[in-house]
Design a protein around this ligand. Structure first.
Ligand code: NAG
Ligand code: NAG
Ligand code: NAG
Ligand code: NAG
Length: 478
């Protein structure tokens, strides 16, 4: 049953591109798909095959449905790689490249099985494990913070200790818990001993969905492209009724508020606290919220099921953005230079907000302990202390002032891989080294042994000399 849906999905995902090039897409979940969709649309535009576009929405819905099921990745995988008819059909379609997100494994397995190059697009993996261990991306733990720690690039001794321990812990979890069963599966399917990590490491290009406006400066490899903000676009006009509400705010301006599509309902207590805080502000507030209308909702606040977030953030009257810290929303705020109040809840959101706080463009509020006054204070700070707006504008300029736009870079590298059947010239030789060779531990051990031997011999010689001298002196005395 799953196999059938999958084959539908994959066959829909056949996309004409450029000069007869074909892209095969491995489905990713929710917000990850959003970014891939932008790249795909651009690829379609360049290949003049717009008629394929509506198909994408269908494919997306099916992908979502499938991904909601448990154990699903393996089932998808089985449904594809173990279905010879389907594999034969895919092979006959001669794809030039496969696009995948390493967070939904199996894309790379299908690519390997079909013998086509693949490109990854993603934000990060837990502990950056996939990038570091499989992609050999260097991450010195002294100044590259790992994920889920909310650390920044400036760490005290104890924070660096925490960073190293959490890298180690996350590596351990990946190696022994998450990857173990996949290694066997991959070896079985490919018919040779291999591991999930080794297969992932074969990605030609890694498109990372952050950029230096968001990321802390860090070392990277030539096959890593940082394309954060590729989905950002100038604001379009608002719907008439919304524009009237926005204009009614006058000189005070508006606040845009969303906790993301994952949070439909807040507890009554929380929504009351939030609504009360918002009601005390002179600004008008547009709140994306699907739950029950709080009793304390002020006349300056309007609740919407959905808001055109990018268009609102790009509106000249927008003063602040209250966000849960999803990467897509943050990038829209960076693009338009809007200071933020972050209320992170789960996953990478704490890290994302920590980045924005460190760059001076956001204030963080703790969701669990938040009082009315905390939210009011945070909003007043980002709106009336001009440093936050200035820092947000600085990030915006970094995002806008690039030699080549992120979307164009992403598309360029995908097309490069299609034209040249890979990008092997960018692949570091680190992939051929063992972990102790990579860290030069064998060389260090050798040098250590040499040094120790020399020191030992010198020591013995000295001892010998001393004894002999001692004996001669003794004889002379006698
Ligand atoms: C997932 O798959 C494994 C092996 O196919 C099976 O043993 C396990 O019960 C499945 N788990 C769930 C939650 O379906
Ligand atoms: C294998 O793929 C073909 C072609 O997509 C499909 O018609 C068939 O139902 C699949 N078989 C299984 C067992 O899923
Ligand atoms: C939201 O809360 C209402 C009542 O409090 C409940 O009926 C509804 O199912 C909840 N919706 C979601 C998506 O949790
Ligand atoms: C504005 O915020 C910055 C950074 O937090 C702080 O150093 C500065 O003192 C604040 N200015 C005022 C006037 O509060």
């Amino acid at each position: 049953m799953a196999g059938k849906e999958v084959s539908v999905l994959l066959l829909l995902a056949v996309l004409g591109c450029g000069s007869g090039g074909k892209v095969l897409v491995w489905p990713a979940d929710n917000s990850h798909w959003l970014n891939m969709e932008h790249i795909l649309q651009e690829l379609v535009v360049r290949g003049h095959e717009e008629r394929e576009l509506p198909i994408w929405e269908g494919a997306y819905k099916i992908a979502q449905k499938i991904l909601q099921m448990k154990n699903i990745t393996k089932m998808i995988c089985d449904g594809v790689v173990k279905n010879e008819t389907l594999m034969e059909r895919l092979r006959a379609s001669t794809f030039d490249v496969l696009l995948a997100d390493p967070l939904s494994p199996s894309g790379e397995l299908v690519a390997e099985k079909l013998g086509i190059p693949f490109v990854y697009t993603f934000r990060f993996s837990m502990g950056n494990t996939v990038e570091r261990l499989c992609g050999t991306l260097p991450a010195p733990p002294s100044y590259v913070p790992t994920t889920l720690t909310s650390l920044t690039d400036r760490m005290t001794f104890w924070q660096r200790l925490k960073n190293i321990l959490s890298y180690t812990l996350q590596d351990f979890i990946f190696h022994y818990v998450l990857w173990a069963s996949w290694d066997q599966y991959y070896s079985e399917v490919l018919g040779r001993p291999t591991t999930l990590c080794e297969t992932m490491g074969k990605a030609e290009i890694w498109l990372i969905r952050t950029y230096w406006d968001f990321e802390f400066p860090r070392p990277f490899l030539p096959n890593f492209e940082f394309v954060g903000g590729l989905q950002c676009q100038p604001a379009k006009p608002l719907p008439k009724e919304m524009e009237e509400f926005v204009q009614s705010s006058g000189e005070h301006g508006i606040i845009v508020f969303t906790l993301g599509s994952m949070v439909y309902n807040l507890s009554d207590e929380k929504s009351t606290v939030i609504a009360k805080a918002l009601s005390q502000l002179p600004q008008k507030v547009l709140w994306r919220y699907k739950g029950k209308k709080p009793e304390t909702l002020g006349s300056n606040t309007r609740i919407y099921d959905w808001i055109p977030q990018n268009d609102l953030l790009g509106h000249p009257l927008t003063k602040a953005f209250i966000t849960h810290g999803g990467t897509n929303g943050l990038y829209e705020a960076i693009y338009h230079g809007i200071p933020m109040v972050g209320i992170p809840m789960f996953a990478d959101q704490h890290d994302n907000i920590a980045h924005m706080v460190a760059k001076g463009a956001a204030v963080q509020v703790d969701f669990n302990t938040m009082k009315t006054q905390d939210l009011v204070d945070a909003l007043n700070t980002v709106i009336y202390n001009s440093t936050y707006k200035e820092n947000a504008l600085k990030l915006s300029k970094i995002q806008h002032d690039q030699p080549v736009k992120p979307l164009d870079r992403a598309v360029f590298w995908i097309e490069f891989v299609m034209r040249h059947k890979g990008a092997k010239h960018l692949r570091p030789a680190a992939h051929h080294l063992t972990w102790y060779q990579y860290h030069s531990l064998d060389v260090l051990a050798f040098l250590f042994i040499c040094t120790a031997t020399i020191v030992f011999i010198l020591f013995k010689c000295c001892l010998c000399c001393c004894r002999r001298c001692g004996r001669i002196a003794k004889r002379k005395k006698e």
